[in-house]
Structures are given as structure tokens and as C-alpha cells.
Ligand binder design. Structure first.
Ligand SMILES: Cc1cc2nc3c(=O)[nH]c(=O)nc-3n(C[C@H](O)[C@H](O)[C@H](O)COP(=O)(O)OP(=O)(O)OC[C@H]3O[C@@H](n4cnc5c(N)ncnc54)[C@H](O)[C@@H]3O)c2cc1C
Length: 287
């Protein structure tokens, strides 16, 4: 496998989990640590404006890109060492969670069917059913300002669906998780139950970015949107899921412009009801 691949004039709808996006001039897919060094040498030399992606399950791409390139982390490693489980930023979170559960390690049964990569999950501090990816993370290997560095968990400012990677330019290359043994049978039962619950309560096969807005304390946004009778509301190719009111689905070739319009409507309706403007959980990438 080459260290990286490059695709020119790439249609980002092909990688977007909501199938919305425009054409990006350069799309780099990085397969290993040498690859990131080589790609960033080019980016630095050409002074490209870039954005780092994983599985694109949380990013709303623009209809027209003005920036030059996207860099996808595709480093796929899953290895158990004496003390840690070492995993690549591009490894799927589902694969990591299934591995941890199969070994009877704690903390992953809630993450078992969240789409996307380990790098994206760490950046977003992804979580579900009481588990969060940050809980048993020990440290990460990152690429920052041309150098490989190690950052420990307490340097990463984790909070609800957030981490320091939201602000930082550091790129996650690998993550190291602590191996904390639990009751393997219980862990596997819980993982199966969580996966079944998700399949029942979320439109898992639709074109979507998952939850659109963050919950806040006791305010559960899906419940509020449901109370506002928004399930099934449709406009310009987008539709609020009939089974989860915080999920917006792309049903017929919609655009970021339409998505932004529907966000304004939803935020206004929530504000009128609660005098509270919900924060976005999805990431809107402007050109
Ligand atoms: C059907 C569905 C259900 C979902 N359910 C949940 C859920 O239950 N809980 C939950 O938390 N999320 C959920 N999500 C959202 C999403 O799957 C997670 O947030 C996921 O962890 C994002 O990973 P990704 O690889 O797709 O990241 P992306 O969407 O590609 O990127 C997300 C962010 O991470 C950054 N990033 C990506 N890779 C790196 C890297 N290597 N280094 C530094 N920054 C990086 C990007 O710049 C971006 O800011 C759901 C999404 C869908 C579509």
C-alpha cells in the first residue's frame, strides 16, 4: 500500500454520510505515519488550506469548496500490547468497540454501533448508552506543526461531545486505550442490547449525520422536537426522521444551503418554546 493516495476534483458526496457536498480540488487519503509527513510537506510547500476528516459521519460539507484540500486519516491498526490496545485514527470505531467487548474490556459496549473512525470519535468525544470514548483513553500520538508528539488524556480537555481537537491543529494518528477487565459475558450482553436498541430507535441506514443538536442537562432535544410535532417534517429534499426527531435525513439530493435553512427553522422553534437556542452537534464546514 502506498503511503498516501491523491484524488483530484473529488465529489465529497461519495464520502459524506448525509450525501451532501461539493467538489474538492485535492483529496488526500493517508495510509500511514510516513504518508502524513509526505502530505503535509506538500500542503506546506503549496500553502494549501486543508481540513482533516475521518469517516465524515458528523461533517456537513459545503456545496462549493473554496479551500484546496481534505486529508482523510486512513491509518488502520488494531494491536494489543502488554499494557494497552493501540489503534489507528482511521480504524473504525465499530471495529475497536467490538474488539474491546470481545476481550471483556470495559467502556466500549455503548459505542458498539457508532459510525465513523477512532480519530473522529476522539475529536468529538463520541458516546452513547453511558459510555464515552475518552473514559479509558490513556494517550494519543499526534502530528502537530510537522512533528510527532504524544499527548496524555488530561491534556485533551474532554467534555460532552468535545475535546481540545475541536480547536487544535493537531492530527490524531494513533490512540492507546487502557485494558480494564470487566465481566465479559455482561459486556457482550450489554453490547448486543445497545446495538439492538440503536437499530430500533434510530434510522441507521439513512443518509444522516446522527444527532443534529446537543442535549443540554435535562433538555433532551429529540423530545422537544417531537413535542413540536416535527417528526416527518420535510423541506427541499430533507426530512426529520419519523423515528428520531433529532436526525435530519437527506432523502432527495439535497444541499448544505437547504440543510442550513432547516437548521434555522428548528432552532427558532426550539427557542420560541424554551427561550434556549440549542448548540449544534454536527460540524458545518464552510468553504
Ligand atoms: C446514524 C448515526 C448515528 C450516530 N450516533 C452517534 C452516537 O450515538 N454518539 C455519538 O457521539 N455520535 C454519533 N454519531 C456521530 C458520529 O458517528 C461520531 O461523532 C463519530 O465518532 C465521528 O467520527 P468520524 O470519523 O465520522 O468523524 P468526522 O465526521 O470525519 O469528523 C468529526 C470531527 O473530527 C475531526 N477529526 C477526524 N479525524 C481526525 C483526526 N485523525 N485527528 C484530528 N481530528 C480529526 C474532524 O476534523 C471533525 O472536526 C452518529 C452518526 C450517525 C450518522
Amino acid at each position: 500500500m502506498s503511503n498516501y493516495e491523491i484524488f483530484e476534483n473529488f465529489d465529497t458526496r461519495n464520502i459524506s454520510s448525509v450525501k451532501i457536498g461539493g467538489i474538492i480540488k485535492y483529496f488526500y487519503v493517508v495510509n500511514n505515519i510516513q504518508g502524513i509527513k509526505e502530505v503535509f510537506k506538500i500542503i506546506k510547500n503549496k500553502n494549501y488550506d486543508y481540513y482533516v476528516i475521518g469517516g465524515c459521519s458528523k461533517i456537513l460539507f459545503p456545496d462549493i469548496f473554496m479551500r484546496e484540500c481534505l486529508v482523510k486519516l486512513n491509518i488502520d491498526v488494531l494491536q494489543e500490547t502488554k499494557k494497552y490496545v493501540r489503534v489507528g485514527a482511521g480504524t473504525s470505531l465499530k471495529k475497536l468497540a467490538a474488539f474491546m467487548a470481545s476481550k471483556g474490556y470495559k467502556g466500549f459496549s455503548g459505542l458498539i454501533s457508532i459510525p465513523g473512525s477512532v480519530g473522529g470519535a476522539i475529536c468529538n468525544n463520541a458516546g452513547a448508552f453511558g459510555d464515552e470514548i475518552s473514559t479509558y483513553l490513556s494517550y494519543v500520538k499526534v502530528f502537530e506543526n510537522g512533528k510527532i508528539k504524544i499527548l496524555s488524556r488530561d491534556q485533551l480537555d474532554f467534555s460532552y461531545r468535545s475535546s481540545s481537537f475541536k480547536q487544535k491543529k493537531a492530527i490524531i494518528l494513533e490512540a492507546y486505550f487502557a485494558k480494564i477487565k470487566g465481566n465479559k459475558e455482561e459486556i457482550l450482553v450489554r453490547a448486543k442490547a445497545n446495538a439492538e436498541m440503536r437499530a430500533k430507535t434510530q434510522p441507521i441506514n439513512a443518509f444522516t449525520l446522527g444527532s443534529t443538536f446537543k442535549n443540554k442537562d435535562e433538555i433532551k432535544i429529540a423530545k422537544i422536537l417531537d413535542e413540536l410535532s416535527l417528526k416527518g417534517f420535510a423541506q427541499n429534499g430533507l426530512k426529520i426522521s419519523e423515528i428520531h426527531a433529532n436526525f435530519i435525513l437527506n432523502v432527495t439530493n439535497s444541499t448544505q444551503k437547504n440543510f442550513l435553512n432547516i437548521l434555522v427553522i428548528l432552532r427558532t422553534l426550539v427557542y420560541n418554546k424554551l427561550k434556549y437556542l440549542p448548540d449544534l452537534e454536527i460540524i458545518i464546514l464552510r468553504w
